[in-house]
Ligand binder design. Structure first.
Ligand code: SF4
Ligand code: SF4
Length: 300
């Protein structure tokens, strides 16, 4: 039995592969994309978040904290992250549910029990399980254990990955994964490094190798206006995908649904000025990919 850290198990998902899926979100990611709509996924391990607007200033959290991590007499409270051990005592006493611990350590046995509750939906819809994040490859033993257990039960599996991992890990996972959802964010390494936080070299090289040994890979492209939607990048991306004999591309238009989470985490939202692209514009980008012989789906 392996253990890992997750931050959500979402039931009845229809955006993470075919059919109805249970999506298990593993916590921790080596990337820090400016537009990430799950910023709470990035840090490995549990994390305290604060819903500032809910706070009524009672001060109970300060009294409950065993680490003196919450400064007294501030509304909403000021939390010293360096002192906080994520014990959850403050969240348990808060009368306004303004504090919440995101992420918990669980066993693979626990996750499988949750997955098995939905077997009937997988059977009826041609669905299964998706492992997402964060970056699921950051917890390789936990992920492999879950994939093997799914295989034993004949449950279809999807791994949703940035591809930023050691090749040994990715190749080991590939043998027990039915479908990869694999992100490409930018072909220009300098822009990629600036907006995603890491180089794209490992990601593209891993994808090239994965395409040799796995025949079911869907490329996901988060389309972020002003960052990766210029014609040069779109053509280079389409050219690269077609050159490695992958056919399926899923364009995910930028959306702002994660914006409030940044405030709760006390973090800056780096793409606050970016607007959601129009349907017509996204379709025009899709046509470029079709021109390279690719099959394009728009939206998750
Ligand atoms: S989670 Fe625990 S350590 Fe962190 S601020 Fe709350 S009570 Fe203090
Ligand atoms: S316990 Fe909750 S409502 Fe009271 S001060 Fe702390 S965060 Fe605000």
């Amino acid at each position: 039995m392996a253990t890992g850290t997750i931050f959500n198990i979402q039931k009845y998902s229809i955006h993470d592969g075919p059919g109805i899926r249970t999506t298990v979100f593993l916590k921790g990611c080596p990337l820090s994309c400016w537009w990430c709509h799950n910023p709470e996924s990035q840090r490995y391990g549990p994390q305290l978040v604060l819903w500032k607007e809910r706070c009524i200033g009672c001060g109970d959290c300060t009294k409950a904290c065993p680490e003196d991590a919450i400064l007294p007499e501030n509304t909403p409270p000021i939390i010293d992250e360096d002192k906080c051990s994520c014990c959850g005592a403050c969240a348990r006493v808060c009368p306004a549910t303004a504090l919440e611990i995101i992420g918990k350590a669980v066993t693979s046995e626990y996750v499988m029990k949750e997955i098995e509750k939905d077997l009937i939906f997988y059977d009826q819809s041609g669905g299964g399980v998706a492992f997402s994040g964060g970056e699921p490859l950051m917890q390789p033993e936990f992920l492999k254990s879950l994939l093997k257990e799914c295989k034993k039960r004949d449950i279809h599996t999807v791994v949703d990955t940035s591809g930023y991992a050691n090749w040994e890990i990715l190749s080991a996972v590939s043998g027990i994964t039915d479908l990869f959802l694999y992100d490409i964010k930018h072909m220009d390494d300098a822009v990629h490094t600036k907006t995603v936080g890491v180089s794209n070299r490992v990601i593209l090289e891993n994808l090239r190798k994965l395409a040799w040994i796995h025949n079911n890979i869907n490329i996901r492209i988060p389309l972020v206006p002003g960052i990766n939607d210029d014609q040069t990048n779109i053509h280079e991306t389409a050219q690269f995908i077609s050159s490695i004999n992958i056919k399926d591309v899923n364009i995910l238009p930028y959306h702002r649904t994660g914006i409030d989470k940044y405030g709760r985490l006390g973090r800056e939202y780096r793409v606050a000025d970016v607007r959601e692209p129009s349907k017509e514009y996204v379709e025009s980008i899709g046509k470029v990919f079709v021109g390279y012989g690719l099959s394009v789906k728009i939206g998750g």
